[in-house]
Design a protein around this ligand. Structure first.
Ligand code: G3I
Length: 678
């Protein structure tokens, strides 16, 4: 594929690094963005400016002889022919996006970023109607049977499962106090362990110091209805041999609601944040009142120039906006005022650490610049609402400086984008595109098709209609973002740990061919996007990887348009199977596929505490993985699943390159060193 530079050879003599002069200034209106204009511009200019590129412009390569990034598969024709699928039915099974689904500009009240103006969805928030609404008939039918989990090696005939003595469903009035003991028993006589899966709001789990524990809970107005509560008993000999007992608690409104005690309101937990002096800060606080009313919040010590106002669309949320002009730890006293009794209040403190601009300076070259010079994407998964977070501005700056690719952690999951039939909430995804456009990052879409994080409605569709629902969904999303998204995780996590195909509404409707259909539909709608099959734990030996690669071979034999494999790589610091990773990467390359490391993070094992965490060991894993990608010509991208521990899905295990205060860790410096040309 001949690539013509869309820009004259860059000057490269402006004093900025040659890379600076190639970073395009995105000036397009949203939606008319030149697809992948960034890598094309960078690759051409790299060659023109000698910025780490070498070889002819017809097929530029970088310092390590890696192919350039500008084509989905290094100039080879896309794999698989896009066998055209039959036309989608008219009318469609569910309505497509309409003008009502177009996001609208957000009022200046909420966002904490200055580089772009976020948009918001215009439709009313969806109250989460749980599909598990438990009916009275179900409650009256009596307790559910226990679920027993039997690990390998356990023979129930000789070691019967633990159970709870005398545990039944419960019924009480709001305002009454429930004290429910859990008495675990084991037929072999020893004492089982036990734990609750999730406590009801306001509930406590107390130890009776006799081998039993009790749930103590005073349901209030907000709890009227039927609540499920699950308690788990652990076999004394093997804690993975366990019995899950779910009970139902029916809460009734008393004849005299005034008999229900009025509990003081409070705010939802607010974790401390670190921000940069002189940056705009927006803090969203949610008031909670278990009596099912909406408290008013106020701040006794509002900072100079600060405002604290109710959220424009949510009555239970208030927003503190201010610009910290001094460094130090700032504490605000937040007062929650009861809606029925203004004298009933709670005062709680929230903390913000303000650091100087110098505190956020990271030594050495930016990872983004190093990656571009190596002909690589370096990406991160962006938190869904970073532009509403207190530290949104510094988050944005680090993201734009260190990465040339962004993928949405949650913004493009089906439950977010298409929560109801015919309803589309595009704002979070659109904001990601605006961010990427503003700072010149490529976008990696994640995921089009997954077995989880699906909207309830898809689970209730006819099995025979699943293929059309899948294709309608893909066609709507890919069509909207084809100009913005360079690569897609078309199907995410298709196999089980034993290598078999993972159950899902899609497999139920189409068998394995759901994968073929998803890729063909995507290719049809966006012919030059890079299409990935994305999975975790396939970088090492084992039945899962074997099953996955067998699936890949079947797909390729069926000419499915698959361009690359996404190796998620959610690792832990003791990881040392690097030879297996090298072999799995080569296995993908031998199949003619590119390699994307899509969700890299390296967590400390559960149970390790701050004092005994070996950050150099963590750095060594990042270093080795970076090296493995640099060594493999078909490795195109290293993407971490977030970049600051503040927002990691595994936050307590500190898995990322920066800590929660945006300070670079040994892991960052290890990647920086490895990407620096020898
Ligand atoms: O946004 C809602 C919020 O409104 C609500 O108050 C809150 C409590 O119910 O839930 C919030 O949604 C959560 C969402 O993350 C955003 O924070 C979901 O409950 C939670 O399940 C979801 O977890 C995500 C997880 O995928 C879902 O399976 C993680 O953030 C995300 O990091 C993780 O990412 C996955 C990749 O997509 C696929 N590979 C594995 C990776 C890690 O599990």
């Amino acid at each position: 594929m001949q690539i013509t530079c869309p820009v004259p050879p860059c000057a490269g003599t402006t004093g900025a690094s040659s890379l600076e002069s190639v970073r395009p200034k995105q000036t397009h209106e949203h939606g008319t963005r030149l697809k992948r204009s960034l890598p094309v511009v960078l690759a051409c200019c790299l060659v023109a400016c000698g910025g780490g590129g070498s070889g002819s412009t017809s097929n530029p390569t970088n310092a390590t002889g890696q192919p350039d990034l500008t084509t989905p598969d290094n100039g080879n024709p896309p794999t698989g022919n896009a066998t055209l699928l039959p036309a989608l039915p008219v009318p469609s099974l569910t309505p497509g996006p309409s003008a009502d689904d177009e996001p609208i500009p957000e009022s200046g009240l909420r966002h904490s970023v200055t580089g772009f103006l976020p948009v918001r969805d215009n439709a009313p928030a969806i109250t989460k109607q749980s599909a598990e609404e438990i009916t009275l008939e179900e409650f009256l039918a009596g307790p559910l049977p226990p679920i027993i989990e039997i690990p390998p090696g356990i023979d129930p005939a000789t070691n019967a499962a633990p159970f709870f003595e005398g545990l039944t469903d419960q019924e009480l009035f709001a305002g009454d106090v429930l004290t429910l003991p859990f008495i675990p028993r084991d037929p072999e006589g020893d004492l089982p362990g036990l734990f609750p899966e999730e406590l009801p709001e306001g509930g406590e789990f107390v130890d009776n110091f006799d081998g039993t524990k009790s749930l103590v809970w005073q349901p209030l107005q907000g709890d009227v209805g039927i609540t499920e509560f699950t308690i788990v008993a652990l076999d004394p000999l093997d804690s993975f041999y366990r019995t899950r007992q779910t009970i139902r608690i029916r809460v009734l409104m008393p004849d005299d609601p005034a008999s229900i005690p009025n509990r003081p309101p409070r705010i939802e937990e607010f974790i401390p944040h670190t921000v940069r002096v002189n940056d705009p800060v927006a803090i969203e606080l949610r008031g909670i009142d278990l009596n099912d009313t909406t408290p008013t919040l106020s701040i006794a010590n509002l900072p100079p120039g600060g405002t604290f106002t109710r959220h424009p669309q949510r009555d239970d949320v208030f927003i503190l906006r201010y610009i910290p002009t001094q460094t130090g730890v700032q504490t605000f006293d937040v007062v929650s005022i009861d809606a029925d009794d203004p004298a009933l209040t709670t005062t709680e403190q929230i903390t913000i650490e303000v650091l100087s601009a110098a505190s956020f300076l990271t030594q050495g070259p930016r990872l983004r610049d190093l990656a571009v010079a190596r002909g690589l994407f370096l990406g991160f998964a962006s938190r869904q609402d970073f532009y509403h977070r207190p530290d949104g501005e510094i988050y944005t700056q680090f993201a734009a400086d260190e990465f040339n690719l962004v993928t949405p952690e949650n913004s493009m999951k089906m439950e977010v984008l298409n929560p109801l039939p015919g309803r589309f909430d595009f704002a979070d995804a659109d904001n990601l595109m605006r961010f990427a456009e503003r700072y010149g990052l490529a976008v990696h879409g994640h995921p089009l098709v997954w077995y989880t994080q699906l909207p309830e409605w898809i689970n209730t569709t006819a099995v025979a209609d699943r293929a059309i629902h899948l294709r309608e969904y893909i066609s709507r999303i890919v069509s909207r973002y084809a100009d913005d998204v360079r690569s897609w995780d078309v199907v995410n996590e298709p196999v089980n740990n034993d290598g078999s195909l993972r159950d899902s509404v899609w497999l139920e409707g189409m068998g394995e061919s759901y994968i073929d259909i998803a890729f063909r539909q995507t290719r049809e709608l966006d012919p030059d996007a890079v299409l990935l099959l994305n999975e975790f734990d396939i970088e090492v030996d084992g039945p899962k990887a074997d099953g996955f690669f067998s699936l890949v071979e079947r797909l390729l034999e069926r000419d499915v348009p698959l361009d690359a494999i996404g190796f998620q790589m959610h690792l832990f610091t003791p990881f040392d199977q690097f030879d297996e990773v090298r072999q799995r990467f080569q296995q993908a390359a031998d199949l003619g596929l590119d390699i994307y490391i899509t969700e890299l993070d390296v967590s400390f094992p559960e149970g390790t505490t701050a004092g005994n965490r070996d950050f150099e060991r963590q750095a060594a894993v990042y270093r080795e993985i970076t090296t493995l990608c640099l060594e493999q010509p078909r490795c195109r991208s290293i993407q971490t699943w977030g970049f600051t521990d503040q927002y990691s899905w595994r936050e307590p295990l500190e898995p990322l390159l920066f800590d929660a205060r945006y300070q670079d860790k040994p892991a960052y410096r290890a990647v920086q060193e490895q990407l620096t040309p020898p």
